[in-house]
Design a binder for this molecule. Structure first.
Ligand SMILES: C[S@@+](CC[C@H](N)C(=O)[O-])C[C@H]1O[C@@H](n2cnc3c(N)ncnc32)[C@H](O)[C@@H]1O
Length: 219
């Protein structure tokens, strides 16, 4: 399932393994501020769910009303931490972990009620293909529940463009300069509700970037 020859390989190097190791401690402070955003978003996460790029499993504790959740994570360093966390989660029987990629997912067309993507669309090698794939697997009127950072305006966007090569290398292909909300709309989703994100979230050593959280419906 995870071997699709038309996709560039995912490179798992020393930097991406290190990124997985430090991910939770690096984000501890910003995660406290994101708790209310994630809680609000997950009120909309129902039915048969696919989460792309679950990483270390930050979202596991927010699943309350889903029926089943397939966690699609291509990086083995992330999957190892995720798997340990699923094992000890109160709701561990909800989850299956898959070695796969968001650009080519292990789900039939129109079979999924909700796709979850939090801080992932910045990292996928092919954003448009990922969004098309999400649309393919969602049922009519299914929901993409997302929380994503994206490019800002003016001097901020210049900084984001300048830092993106560094981030790609050291933060598992993270692009600071993608216009993700626009890409979601271009892919044929209509954003039905937006959840406010605190604007003072800074990651260690980095200023905060614009973020959008919301529910997009496959139009
Ligand atoms: C910044 S982390 C976000 C982790 C988690 N979703 C969160 O909210 O904290 C980005 C995640 O996207 C994953 N990722 C990168 N490329 C991907 C792809 N093509 N398909 C699915 N996940 C991918 C990475 O392995 C990593 O787990």
């Amino acid at each position: 399932m995870s071997t699709d020859d038309s996709l560039d390989p995912i490179f798992e190097d020393r930097n991406s393994r290190r990124f997985a190791r430090i991910y939770d401690s690096m984000n501890e402070r910003s995660e406290r501020k994101l708790e209310s955003v994630r809680s609000e978003l997950f009120r909309h996460v129902t039915g048969n769910v696919v989460e792309i790029g679950p990483g270390t499993g930050t979202n596991l504790r927010y699943y309350n009303i889903a029926e089943h959740v397939t966690l699609v994570e291509p990086y083995s360093a992330m999957r190892r931490i995720l798997s340990a966390r699923v094992g000890t989660a109160r709701n561990s029987n909800l989850f299956s972990i898959v070695d796969g990629r968001a650009e080519s997912m292990p789900a039939d067309s129109q079979s999924i009620d909700t796709v979850v993507s939090t801080l992932v669309l910045c990292s996928v090698p092919d954003l448009d293909r990922t969004l098309a794939e999400i649309r393919r697997i969602l049922k009519p009127n299914g929901a993409l529940v997302f929380l994503e950072h994206h490019v800002g305006n003016g001097i901020r966007s210049k900084t984001q463009h300048a830092l993106t090569p560094f981030m790609k290398k050291y933060a598992a292909n993270c692009h600071l300069d993608r216009n993700t909300p626009q890409a979601i709309c271009n892919a044929g989703f209509s954003v039905q509700s937006v959840v406010a994100v605190p604007n003072d979230l800074s990651l260690r050593l980095l200023p905060s970037w614009p973020m959008t959280a919301g529910i997009a419906i496959a139009a």
